[in-house]
Design a protein around this ligand. Structure first.
Ligand code: SF4
Length: 418
């Protein structure tokens, strides 16, 4: 294993709003490359241009300083008298209080940006993620973490402090209940039971947390035993939700590596998997008709049996109106079900996502606007979309979502349980 210290020029991603999967709207990677070595990892594909992804880990040594500068700039832009390059921790107490209480509060940072795990083995020594959390604590910002490692428990003290002033959501990526399979496909991550145990401790400490159960590997992870086993363990650990979804395999080194391992370790499913991904789709989508099961639909059915939510739960920074997050959550439920589970055309879910984005970017308390009868004008939306907001505020849901859910129920009845 080779570790190399590098200097990052920038860290935070551009803002992303209306994401039906993740809770964060800005993400960052403390490392480039990931030692966990998951065989299906998307970060391994050519698109990210990270050579020797699993064995050469670039450590962004200056990440906390870069983050501090970028967040400081965002805050100070709202407070022109302050110097944009000043690091918050070097301000006087009075200046710091003033700076901390001004500017955008809606930045929710995802500490695992997708092409590395914030708590991979390198973190034990370099502690970049820990320093990033300290910076986020200084800025009183919420944190979203997605990891496959129980090393996150090392930072529980700090996470609890962040949760007191904003919020922390720690989600675990857990895809395989069977330890033998886990060791093949996620060789250097924590064992599945270790991740559930860590989740239990996270929840016991009062933090938010759930399970992202994807990618579900067709013919391996999509069995009832596997999915039900994960859902039951998630419930036992106190997870807020467990979200199942399928696997993409982009042509090139991601796909080649995956099939190389499958050929050697689980040759009995090699041919079927080859057929499922034979289309070489640019984004790695499988041929849906060949999938043994639809993991999203089967996952939903299992969640209902086990009694756990199948949708990720969003939280908002303190001070944000409760009504607004409720509306965003329901709108994005519809987006997820229609876009991901049902694969309906874009025009059937995009208007709802656009509305969620508008609200997430910042509007006044929707409940107050509704009480005054000015939703339509204030949001600049059609009477139909203003009606949707009103429905959610009054009933906790809306008709289009109810119809979508019953469509899913019908489809689930025809889903073959593998
Ligand atoms: S933990 Fe995540 S980033 Fe790391 S190898 Fe596995 S899938 Fe990739």
């Amino acid at each position: 294993m080779r570790y190399e210290k590098i200097q990052a020029k920038t860290l935070l991603s551009k803002p992303i709003y209306g994401d039906a999967w993740f809770h964060s709207n800005r993400s960052l990677n403390a490392y480039r490359g990931c030692e966990h070595g998951c065989v299906y990892c998307d970060g391994h594909c050519q698109y990210y241009r990270i050579d020797n992804f699993y064995t050469h880990i670039r450590v962004k040594e200056n990440a906390p300083q870069v983050l501090c500068r970028e967040l400081g700039r965002a805050r100070f832009q709202a407070q022109s008298k302050m110097q944009s390059e000043t690091l918050v921790r070097f301000l006087s107490d009075q200046e710091k209080t003033k700076a901390m209480d001004t500017g955008p509060r809606k930045i929710i940072v995802g500490a695992s940006g997708g092409v590395s795990d914030a708590y991979q083995p390198a973190e034990e020594e370099y502690q970049i993620t820990r320093q990033i959390l300290e910076t986020l604590y200084d800025f009183r910002l919420p944190v979203f973490i997605l990891t496959k490692s129980n090393l996150v428990l090392r930072d529980l003290d700090l996470l609890k402090e962040i949760h007191k002033q904003a919020f922390v959501s720690v989600c675990f990526s857990i895809t395989l209940h069977d330890e033998e399979m886990r060791a093949i496909f996620e060789p250097k991550s924590s064992a599945t039971w270790e991740r559930f145990e860590a989740l239990k401790q996270i929840r016991k400490a009062g933090l938010f947390g759930g399970v992202m159960a994807y990618p579900t590997i067709p013919t391996i992870g999509d069995s009832i035993e596997n999915m039900q086993g994960l859902a039951k363990e998630a419930k036992k650990a106190g997870a807020e939700f467990i979200l199942f979804s399928g696997m993409t395999l982009k042509p090139g080194r991601q796909k080649d590596y995956f099939f190389n391992v499958v050929r050697q370790q689980v040759p009995q499913v090699y041919d079927l998997l080859q057929q499922i991904y034979a289309n070489n789709h640019t984004y790695g989508y499988p041929i849906v008709e060949l999938l043994p099961v639809n993991p999203g639909l089967q996952g939903r059915k299992i969640c209902q049996k086990v009694g756990i939510s199948d949708r990720s739960v969003r939280h908002m920074p303190p001070g944000e109106p409760e009504a607004n997050i409720q509306v965003i959550n329901r709108l994005l439920d519809l987006v997820f079900y229609r876009q991901i589970l049902l694969g309906t055309p874009r025009n059937m879910w995009k208007p709802y996502q656009d509305l969620a984005i508008k609200i997430e970017k910042g509007v006044e308390d929707l409940q107050k606007l509704a009480n005054k009868g000015v939703l339509e004008d204030h949001l600049g939306v059609s009477p139909k979309m203003a009606g949707v907001v009103n429905e959610i505020l009054h009933q906790g849901t809306f008709n289009a979502l109810i119809r979508t859910q019953s469509e899913l129920e019908k489809l689930s009845q025809y889903t073959t349980e593998k």
